[in-house]
Design a protein around this ligand. Structure first.
Ligand SMILES: *[C@@H]1O[C@H](CO)[C@@H](O)[C@H](O)[C@H]1NC(C)=O
Ligand SMILES: *[C@@H]1O[C@H](CO)[C@@H](O)[C@H](O)[C@H]1NC(C)=O
Ligand SMILES: *[C@@H]1O[C@H](CO)[C@@H](O)[C@H](O)[C@H]1NC(C)=O
Ligand SMILES: *[C@@H]1O[C@H](CO)[C@@H](O)[C@H](O)[C@H]1NC(C)=O
Ligand SMILES: *[C@@H]1O[C@H](CO)[C@@H](O)[C@H](O)[C@H]1NC(C)=O
Ligand SMILES: *[C@@H]1O[C@H](CO)[C@@H](O)[C@H](O)[C@H]1NC(C)=O
Ligand SMILES: *[C@@H]1O[C@H](CO)[C@@H](O)[C@H](O)[C@H]1NC(C)=O
Ligand SMILES: *[C@@H]1O[C@H](CO)[C@@H](O)[C@H](O)[C@H]1NC(C)=O
Ligand SMILES: *[C@@H]1O[C@H](CO)[C@@H](O)[C@H](O)[C@H]1NC(C)=O
Ligand SMILES: *[C@@H]1O[C@H](CO)[C@@H](O)[C@H](O)[C@H]1NC(C)=O
Ligand SMILES: *[C@@H]1O[C@H](CO)[C@@H](O)[C@H](O)[C@H]1NC(C)=O
Ligand SMILES: *[C@@H]1O[C@H](CO)[C@@H](O)[C@H](O)[C@H]1NC(C)=O
Length: 655
């Protein structure tokens, strides 16, 4: 009797054990099985779930529990149990344990881009191979078409067992759906999202921001749109009277997994498509031949085509393209103040419809020895109007337009590309460019020269000599003139271009100066320009520039604008075959009257510019002027006349 009783008790205990362990195991497998969880059966909308499958301690093993990393496996599901097709599903998973996604089979974390992706603040997954979820009604309950299954693996931090590290929340991020707080049981988090009856189809009534003014404006005009790609025309216009770009490089950030399939009128510096193959596009465009794709970088660097490609039907044939990246001020040539290129952009899920258009962000543009530009964000503006291309007297509109405004910023100290030296007929010494005017290379110069010492006065013949070969001359000059010679000599200016402003004569009615441009770079400057500002009454006395084409721009702070005359508008590069090297050089004399400022004091600074630009870049100016002492006037005048004559003959010989 008692034996039977004990037996019964034992067996029922065993059954209980089996059952309870089965409950635990079965629940773990439930998600894998075809049977749906009860909550899904009763959901008449979109059923979403997240289940932590497995987790293992990673290396390194640490004592600090919160710093321990774990490898985890999870499955997320989006199941359409409603009667409407769910277009471009988006599942937000609110991770909270510094998760790093290593893979997400079936989904793409679309803000994060590439794996491994830091998703510690949560991420939105979109479908890679199943972007839209069909209805059960349309497919005879084909689970493969109505359910997206995402297999996630990654790393997470902290949470000591038996704690179960689940996300903070999950929700369907599609417009028109509302999700309640998800319920959590053991390792599963789930919710049933329903259509939000209050959400009416938002009437997209776009209010456009008026177009802004700025030094350089860029227009991003979508001219053709298809479901998964669009054709965009990018137009850059230089509006600054003294702004300029040469060999421009334009870069930006794609924020939604786009890539550039083709480009006309410009090219990307790297032809790179591995980013696509291993990124979201590779998962979505399974049949695309990526070797024909132009660029898949998140931050492509784009440059203008060389002029030889302007008639190339495949790469060029875009108006205003193909000038090696030159954007001149309008006063120099309006036809060269604009650059245009076109590109075919392919999109990634979930942006797969014609109206999902997003411009890239974080625009930056640079040029060679040009001003520094700072660009604002793209702003949606009234679609750009284009003339009809078939010759009809009609206009067409861009599908969507954004404007990016870039303004010139004042160069910070030691970041410019050009500098100025001052000299005058009444003083034998030249006040050179400032030490490190264009920056100093710490590694190269460190120890050998002093980046903070004042630059040393020069004899005039040293101006044409590269800094590296000047030392002997400078030191000898200092000894001769009894100037202080510091123990550690100052570093050079390191500028690509330097400009010497030399006051050549000063008499009762007027005065004259000679400007010399030196190019220390190995490349030439075509269509160069320089712009000088003085005290207003000084520039009012501007008369004539002899060897350059000069104009006084009264509206722009009375700037004297100078460019090479037609045929001699090249500032050639340094000749590196000679020893010492010889810089490229251009020179002219400028005359002024004193009519508007009879009391002007040349040596006190009135005869020297207050601001100098070369190709739009603001040059570094010396901090002192050549001083006048005693009455050596006449001696140097004779010498100066000789130099002037020499300068003219040199120009004659050169051109
Ligand atoms: C444990 O690690 C966490 C995260 O790395 C850190 O914030 C915390 O200060 C560490 N605690 C100790 C006691 O070292
Ligand atoms: C995750 O799943 C894969 C394949 O099912 C397996 O190879 C891997 O070991 C799992 N990782 C963890 C941390 O459980
Ligand atoms: C998460 O958000 C915080 C605060 O906004 C931010 O500082 C941090 O960089 C974010 N982390 C990630 C991985 O985006
Ligand atoms: C391109 O074609 C135009 C018109 O036919 C011609 O004037 C120009 O020289 C050509 N440019 C090049 C680089 O071949
Ligand atoms: C265009 O740039 C290339 C390379 O930088 C240079 O070799 C060529 O001379 C330039 N052409 C013109 C017309 O400036
Ligand atoms: C433009 O990019 C190329 C390649 O990255 C680089 O060699 C060149 O110096 C850049 N030019 C400017 C002006 O930044
Ligand atoms: C650029 O400068 C213009 C005025 O010249 C100003 O209205 C605009 O806000 C500036 N834009 C940016 C992005 O700084
Ligand atoms: C003109 O000078 C004023 C004051 O120095 C300055 O604010 C302004 O930006 C200058 N304009 C130009 C076009 O350089
Ligand atoms: C001087 O420059 C002006 C304006 O850019 C231009 O119209 C004119 O043709 C130039 N003259 C010469 C001789 O180059
Ligand atoms: C001179 O410059 C050219 C072009 O930059 C370069 O190819 C050449 O090697 C240089 N020669 C010397 C002697 O430095
Ligand atoms: C000028 O300096 C360079 C670099 O230090 C050196 O190679 C060259 O021989 C020097 N030339 C003369 C004439 O001293
Ligand atoms: C020439 O000018 C410099 C810089 O202002 C000054 O230090 C020097 O004394 C002047 N020389 C003469 C002879 O006046």
């Amino acid at each position: 009797m008692s034996n039977i009783w004990i037996c019964k008790l034992l067996s029922s205990l065993i059954t209980l054990l089996i059952i309870s362990s089965c409950v635990y195991v079965c629940e773990g497998q439930e998600a894998m099985a075809t049977a749906l969880p009860p909550a899904a059966e009763t959901c008449n909308g979109v059923f979403i779930s997240y289940q932590l499958m497995d987790r293992r301690k990673e290396f390194p093993r640490v004592k600090n529990v919160t710093a321990q990393s774990w490898a985890f496996n999870a499955t997320a599901k989006v199941l359409n149990t409603g009667k409407d097709v769910v277009k471009s599903w988006k599942l937000f998973i609110g991770f909270q344990h510094d998760e790093i996604l290593i893979s997400a089979d079936g989904g793409i974390p679309f803000e994060a881009g590439e794996f491994p992706a830091d998703v510690g603040n949560g991420t939105t997954l979109v479908g890679s191979n199943l972007a839209d979820l069909e209805t059960s009604i349309n497919t005879a309950n084909d689970m493969n078409q109505i359910q997206a299954l995402i297999k996630i693996s990654g790393t997470q931090f902290g949470v000591k067992p038996p704690g179960v590290p689940l996300p903070k929340t999950i929700k369907l991020d599609n417009d028109g759906y509302k999700c309640p707080r998800p319920t959590t049981r053991k390792r599963i988090m789930q919710a049933c999202c329903n259509r939000d009856p209050k959400s009416k189809k938002k009437l997209i009534k776009t209010k456009f921001i008026p177009r802004q003014k700025g030094d350089l404006t860029i227009s991003y005009d979508v001219v053709q749109a298809y479901d998964n790609n669009y054709l965009v025309q990018v137009t850059m216009e230089n509006h600054s009277p003294l702004g300029r770009l040469d060999r421009w490089n334009l870069t930006w950030e794609w924020t939604r997994g786009e890539f550039i399939q083709q480009m006309k009128g410009a090219f990307t510096r790297e032809i790179e498509y591995t980013g696509c193959i291993f990124g979201p596009p590779g998962q979505y465009y399974k049949d695309m031949d990526f070797s024909k794709v132009m660029n898949c970088q998140k931050h492509p660097v784009i440059s203008d085509m060389p002029p030889e490609k302007s008639n190339d039907t495949e790469l060029g044939k875009i108006p205003f393209c193909c000038r090696n990246g030159t954007l001149l001020p309008i006063i120099m040539d309006p036809s060269q103040s604009k650059s245009i290129f076109q590109m075919q952009v392919f999109k990634s899920p979930p942006d797969l419809d014609k109206t999902s258009l997003f411009p890239p962000a974080k625009w930056k543009i640079t040029g060679v020895l040009n001003p520094a530009y700072e660009c604002g964000p793209p702003l949606k503006v009234q679609p750009t109007i284009f003339p009809e291309t078939r010759g009809l007297d009609a206009i067409t509109y861009a599908i969507a337009s954004w404007q990016i405004v870039c303004n010139i910023t004042k160069p910070k100290q030691r970041t410019t590309g050009c500098c100025v030296s001052f000299s005058a007929f009444y003083n034998e010494s030249i006040v050179p460019c400032n030490t490190c005017a264009c920056g100093c290379d710490e590694d190269e110069d460190n120890g050998r020269c002093n980046p903070n010492a004042k630059s040393m006065l020069l004899p005039s013949e040293a101006l044409l000599v590269p800094f590296e070969n000047r030392t002997k001359k400078t030191v000898a000059w200092a000894k001769l003139k009894h100037f202080h010679v510091p123990r550690k000599l100052p570093c050079g200016d390191n500028c690509g271009v330097s400009i010497n402003w030399h006051v050549a004569s000063d008499h009762k009615g007027g005065w004259s100066a000679r400007i010399t441009l030196f190019n220390w770079k190995p490349y030439f400057f075509k269509n160069w320009f320089t712009a000088l500002q003085f005290k207003k009454t000084v520039s009012d006395g501007f008369e004539k520039v002899y060897s350059f084409n000069g104009t006084l721009l009264r509206k722009i702070n009375n700037t004297i604008f100078m460019q090479g005359i037609e045929g001699s508008n090249y500032l050639i590069g340094i000749d590196n075959e000679t020893n010492p090297k010889v810089p490229g050089k251009q020179q002219s004399v400028i005359s002024f009257t004193k009519k508007f400022m009879p009391t002007m004091q040349i040596a006190k600074g009135d005869g020297f510019p207050t601001k100098v630009l070369f190709n739009g870049e603001e040059c570094s100016l010396p901090t002192q002027f050549p001083m006048r002492s005693g009455n050596q006037h006449n001696v140097y005048l004779v010498q100066q006349v000789l130099i002037l004559v020499l300068a003219f003959t040199m120009i004659q010989i050169l051109y």
